[in-house]
Design a protein around this ligand. Structure first.
Ligand SMILES: [Zn+2]
Length: 244
């Protein structure tokens, strides 16, 4: 599964990722016959919709309304993030079934609230950092309150996320370090921009490290990945449906 989180650039409120990286990404996906799932923040649904039509072969899910970590919100605000982001995307013509929590920070109540707001699957398990939370033997979705939750994928150490962030940080080793069981890959549009910022909330040195190998180097890593999985990538919805 190839998944893309669509939000503002490095938490800045700017959207060069959507304006500049997204069109080039769509061409690249076509070139390698790849289908992807885009988890879109409701606040940025309109600029996204200008570039991706509901009839496209890609899938669109929700990445929250405002990209606020859900663990910081009370239950009614979490429910609002889930329902409002979904209705914005559906009003734009997208058929939304899946959700991914910002920063993968999911409160305990998430599956119940997702079920209440009409979602069918969740891609929020694991951690964005190397963590024991990524350690799992599960390959199939875990069903909780009727919501199918997709297990995280890692590099061969079984704790480092299989994401473009770590492929960039560990380049040129990264791609060779993936676990042979890894199925779920994720990245952000801003990683593809030639603008070495890193996540704004991080302290200075970490922010620079976080921005290692962005831009053209990141495009190259992504293209190598697409070449490796040519014609075999799938959307989250296809994976979830294939597992009952
Ligand atoms: Zn995000």
């Amino acid at each position: 599964m190839l998944t893309v989180d669509v939000e503002s650039d490095w938490g800045s409120g700017r959207t060069r990722g959507i304006e500049e990286a997204l069109p080039r990404l769509l061409d690249l996906l076509d070139q390698y016959e790849a289908r992807a799932t885009f988890f879109v923040v409701g606040d940025f649904a309109t600029p996204f919709r200008k570039r991706v039509r509901p009839e496209s072969r890609h899938e669109v899910g929700s990445h929250g309304l405002t990209h606020t970590p859900l663990t910081r919100l009370d239950e009614s605000d979490v429910a609002f993030e889930l329902s409002r982001s979904r209705s914005i995307l559906e009003d734009l013509g997208f058929d939304v079934r899946g959700f991914r929590a910002p920063f993968l920070r999911s409160p305990r109540m998430l599956p119940r609230l997702l079920a209440n707001t009409g979602y069918s699957y969740d891609s929020s398990m694991g951690s964005v950092f190397p963590s024991l939370r990524n350690l799992t033997r599960r390959r199939d979705p875990v069903v909780e309150r009727g919501i199918k939750r997709i297990p995280p994928s890692t590099l061969f150490d079984r704790i480092t996320p299989f994401s473009l962030t770590y492929l960039r940080l560990l380049h040129p080793l990264g791609l060779g370090l993936r676990s042979k069981h890894a199925k779920l890959f994720y990245f952000h549009l801003h990683e593809l921009l030639d603008e070495p910022r890193g996540w704004r909330g991080l302290p200075g040195p970490l922010q620079r490290l976080h921005a290692r190998n962005v831009g053209e180097r990141a495009w190259n890593i992504l293209e190598r990945l697409l070449k490796t999985f040519r014609g075999r990538t799938m959307r989250c919805r296809d994976f979830v449906e294939a597992h009952g």
